[in-house]
Write a protein that binds this ligand. Structure first.
Ligand SMILES: O=C(O)CCC(=O)C(=O)O
Length: 277
């Protein structure tokens, strides 16, 4: 692939693509222009108050605490998110890692743990939440702050994208599965010595992107840092082999209604990102 449009600084290397394939995640260091990532600080703060954002820390029932808020589908209402999420640079990165000719956006999210937010993100797979099937789907987790294990850097269970198992979605800050959903509960990763050994996390900063396959089990610790926020944007992209597959118990968005299992993604629901226009 030649130089890509948008705000990436470099291509994905062969080594990075091989690591993603083998481990189900990869950290792409210094791949984006940090100024463009940091320009999303204001839209992220705006999205914290938007109707599509929830106080997911509240599920954990710990009373008044610094918040962990998460939102989804901001690109539909806020042009700043649309420009960012649909940037061809991000589509090109996903296409390369997924081995796909084309890439469509499934959704964007914000995930903000305020300083001192005492909430883990419980281990889960994205596949459990998305109404899709196929192998070519991934999430780009893009931090706006310096982040490490003490402030909630993402952690992955290496190789879990290759397990032939379907997990239930959970309530994000508690391990309980969402009622009415199907599959097996996510195992207690930290309570199982064998699984715990497979957990990998790394410190990241603005300009870095951590990418995981949508079947990779992942989660993150609390933000124990006294002053540092942990702001991230997650972008979910799908490749050529992805089709709709509706999952019991999960909300269906308006733009997905009318579709059935096996249908190709509707560009009004999941716009094309790569190749760009
Ligand atoms: O930011 C977090 O703590 C969780 C993020 C996550 O699960 C995701 O982006 O898929």
């Amino acid at each position: 692939m030649g130089p890509v449009a948008g705000f990436s600084r470099r291509d994905v290397t062969d080594e990075e693509a091989a690591a993603f394939d083998l481990d189900g995640f990869v950290v792409l260091r210094d791949i984006l222009d940090p100024a463009v990532v940091l320009a999303m600080a204001e839209p992220v703060d705006r999205a914290l108050g938007a109707p599509e954002t929830a106080d997911v820390g509240a599920f954990a029932g710990k009373g008044e605490q610094p918040a962990f808020r998460a939102g989804v589908d901001h690109w539909r209402a806020d042009p700043a998110f649309a420009v960012f999420s649909l940037d061809p640079a991000l589509g090109a990165i996903s296409a390369r890692l997924l081995g796909s000719g084309a890439v469509n956006l499934y959704e964007d999210s914000i995930l903000v743990k305020e300083p001192g937010a005492p909430f883990r993100t419980e281990f889960h797979t994205d596949a459990a939440y998305f109404h899709i099937s196929g192998e070519q789907a991934c999430t780009l987790w893009i931090p706006l702050d310096e982040v490490d294990a003490s402030s909630g850097a993402l952690e992955y269970v290496r190789g879990s994208h290759r397990w032939d198992r379907e997990f239930r979605p959970n309530l994000f800050t508690v391990p309980d599965s969402i009622p009415g959903t199907e599959g097996e509960p996510v195992p207690d990763v930290l309570g199982d010595a064998g699984l715990r050994e497979l957990v990998v996390g790394s410190a990241l900063g603005p300009g870095d992107v951590a990418v995981h396959h949508y079947r990779t089990i992942h989660g993150s610790p609390a933000n124990t840092h006294a002053t540092r926020r942990r702001r991230a944007i997650s972008l979910r992209y799908c490749g050529d082999d992805v089709r709709y597959r509706f999952r019991a118990g999960m909300p269906v968005r308006r733009t997905q209604r009318g579709h059935t299992d096996g249908d190709p993604l509707d560009p009004l629901d999941c716009p094309r990102v790569w190749p760009g226009a």
